[in-house]
Design a protein. Sequence first.
Lengths: 143, 143
Amino acid sequence: MAKQELSIGALGKLTGTKVETIRFYEKIGILPAPARTAGNYRSYGHDHVRRLTFVRRVRDLGFPLETVRAMLDLADQPDRPCGEVDALVLGQLNEVERKIADLERLRDELDRLAHQCRRGGRVAECRIIEALSPHHEDGHCCP
Amino acid sequence: MAKQELSIGALGKLTGTKVETIRFYEKIGILPAPARTAGNYRSYGHDHVRRLTFVRRVRDLGFPLETVRAMLDLADQPDRPCGEVDALVLGQLNEVERKIADLERLRDELDRLAHQCRRGGRVAECRIIEALSPHHEDGHCCP
DNA sequence: ATGGACCCTGGAGTTACTACAGGGTCAAGA
DNA sequence: TCTTGACCCTGTAGTAACTCCAGGGTCCAT
């Protein structure tokens, strides 16, 4: 395989992705089909690494593939009328901020648990459910 | 339905959860089976609201049900030997912090896009993929 | 007493992977 | 040169976490 070019297995290792998942992303159009070697092996370049890393991270943050696709479209052709882009960007900004807030509450409680553990040898009380309960600005509920 | 008690539809609305999903969580043991009315309707109380809200939020943050289950177990019986609990808590603390870092980079780029849009009428350039690419401490890859 | 909104169970469909089965490619070593 | 083990190919089937639908019962406001 030519220098700079990666086999599917190498790409998988670099990005923490299963080989089957990479082929799946190609099939559904999330990743562009790469060049092939003489022996019909897929051959990836650095932009594939970046794109796949992005996809995997956004998925790991709980966004569906549909959202990933919208973000990739934005990156692929950013010179589109602003109205189209704006609602998308603002909506996602909103969701990102909600997730950050939830994760911070989760982190604080996990932190507390870790310290409590180290002191008493037992956890004794765990408020992890309360950390992400109603009252903390409800987010997506209640009419 | 007695005061304080909710039908499955009401619980769904309160927590932003589909009725079918609630029944699914009951079947796989994430939510305890609630009391039934004379007419065989499920009847939920306030602890169900809190528990389900927690489950939905943790899922929305990209954690699998297996992790949700582990967290719920921790909440249900926190008085367990610390060694057991510690690895779990620290591992999750780690993941939570990685997610927060990724979300903050995503937020910064979305923010930039929103402002760029408002100024030029076009987005012109979008670095959203770069925001979650390698280099930014790789996270879960590279041997 | 009846029509519409809501509930029940059980089973099929969807999304996003994940794991084979059956076979070809390739580099290293006997 | 030949072989053998690691890796690749396509295609299909299985899994996780929902989501939808069919066929039927409950509830209550008119």
